[in-house]
Write a protein that binds this ligand. Structure first.
Ligand SMILES: Cc1cc2nc3c(=O)[nH]c(=O)nc-3n(C[C@H](O)[C@H](O)[C@H](O)COP(=O)(O)OP(=O)(O)OC[C@H]3O[C@@H](n4cnc5c(N)ncnc54)[C@H](O)[C@@H]3O)c2cc1C
Length: 430
């Protein structure tokens, strides 16, 4: 059976390679022409799609856990959720975690993912002490921080080789709960002011009403928080709801998004409110519904995520939100985050500034709208996130990533560009 991406667009057929030992993978790599690794398919676009995929999720043993110092060694197919099930009870947590725990360690490194604490802790590569990588000729190398292979592989979208194992450092916690503060804002100015006021806290994220107009553009619920300190570490993940089939595509339209946004914003208390919430609902609210991607219908959806430098963030976001609101193409999910300094990796997404992520169902006129938004992103000096992307043009992409030529040269010189390719790498000439 073919593997697909989370956005279920494009739907493609592929041959899936599985392996249970390094030797088996070496043999399969030797006979295959072109391929790319596939973790758990939580990337939205075409970065993990190709005619031939190496499915790494079944490669999922825990190798070592230094419980005193919080150092964990795992095979690359282990899910972040599986790590949490093993380590939280010992008072450890992931230093960096995205908005879903259902991704593999290999996928986290390849996208150099970030979480709600980028402004303080940076990207996933910060917690990667070293990893092993199978290169195009089947050789296995151990890659350490600051080496060129580290800079090219973290954020390199699987285009340098297959990550096999990783050694990660964890974060000490003393509770499974988060002390959360919610700030209700009426416009973008207030939202930015609130982000700045609470930026000393480790975690922050804002849900934005992207259909709000005029003086209400950018009205949001900003959620900030930090781990509680009550010693309660008895973690047991809850069971999940399931979306059993694709919704009809008319189910999601401007009206339903408007109604949802109104209710979500309205039910939250005015001003500032405080709550104690479980880390699962704070970090991973969407994971509680299995297959939620099916609500977008059989044509699938895409996530548009861009980041703008701090100095142009306010102006750029106001223009982009205005365009979206005028287009009437609403998104339930419109998530704004604050980012700290960028790292040295060649293709990691974050730069210091603000990023907005929006989900849109695939429909007529969408890509034209996103092209218009791209033009604003480029004008503001921003960039698009590869792990979410399925349609950006090569020109737009290149203008955002100043190290793209270094990455291309590195791939070419090390014979990686002949072996490791995805639909995305071909589209963008990565
Ligand atoms: C609900 C939701 C919320 C999300 N929130 C965030 C967020 O807050 N921050 C964020 O940064 N991302 C976020 N993401 C995106 C997600 O974290 C990334 O796309 C992640 O890379 C997916 O990991 P995966 O294991 O599913 O990999 P896949 O989607 O299968 O692959 C993603 C990329 O990693 C490569 N890859 C996978 N495994 C390996 C390996 N072993 N060796 C080499 N390359 C490999 C693939 O080739 C591909 O390029 C979110 C996604 C969802 C669905």
């Amino acid at each position: 059976m073919s593997l697909q991406s989370w956005g279920m667009y494009p739907l493609v057929e592929n041959e899936v390679i599985k392996f249970s030992s390094e030797k088996e993978l070496q043999e399969k790599l030797d006979t295959a022409d072109e391929l790319v690794a596939y973790g758990n398919g939580r990337s939205y676009g075409d970065s993990a799609l190709a005619d031939t995929l190496v499915h790494t999720k079944p490669y999922d043993y825990f190798l070592d856990f230094d419980v005193t110092n919080g150092i964990l060694e795992v095979q690359a197919g282990v899910l972040l959720s599986e790590i949490l099930e093993g380590v939280v009870k010992h008072g450890w947590f992931l230093k960096i975690t995205p908005g879903t725990k259902l991704i593999t360690v290999g996928g986290a490194i390849a996208s150099d993912i970030h979480g709600k604490n980028h402004h303080i802790e940076g990207c996933f590569s910060e917690c990667v002490q070293e990893f092993t990588l199978m290169l195009a000729d089947g050789k296995i190398v151990t890659v350490k921080k600051d080496e060129e292979l580290f800079l090219a592989t973290c954020g390199g979208m699987g285009l340098t080789g297959v990550i096999l194992t990783a050694k990660l450092s964890l974060k000490k916690i003393n509770s499974q709960f988060i002390n959360q503060t919610t700030i209700k804002t009426r416009n973008l100015k207030e939202t930015f002011a609130a982000f700045e006021e609470y930026k000393h806290l480790p975690y922050s994220v804002a849900w934005v009403d992207c259909l709000a107009k005029d003086e209400n553009i950018g009205k949001s619920l900003l959620m900030v928080g930090e781990f509680a300190d009550d010693g309660d570490l008895r973690y047991k993940p809850k069971s999940k709801l399931n979306i059993p089939f694709n919704f009809p595509s008319f189910a999601l339209n401007t009206l339903s998004v408007k109604a949802f946004n109104w209710l979500y914003y309205w039910k939250s208390q005015d001003g500032v409110s405080k709550q104690r919430v479980h880390f699962d609902s704070f970090f991973y609210p969407l994971d509680s519904i299995r297959n939620w991607n099916r609500i977008y219908g059989k044509n699938g959806f895409t996530q548009y995520q861009f980041i703008l430098p701090k100095e142009s963030s306010f102006d750029g976001l106001e223009r982009i939100l205005d365009k979206i609101s005028q287009s009437g193409k609403g998104s339930f999910l419109a998530v704004l985050k604050l980012y700290g300094k960028k790292n040295e990796n060649y293709l990691s997404f974050p730069i210091e500034g603000y990023s907005l992520a929006l989900d849109f169902k695939i429909e007529k006129g969408l890509f034209e709208l996103l092209d218009e938004l791209d033009a604003i992103v480029v004008e503001c000096g921003g960039r698009i996130y590869l792990t979410k992307d399925v349609r950006v043009s090569k020109e737009t992409f290149e203008q955002g990533y100043e190290k793209i030529e270094t990455f291309r040269k590195f791939r070419k010189e090390n014979n990686m560009s002949e072996k490791f390719n995805s639909l995305q790498s071909k589209r963008l000439g990565l």
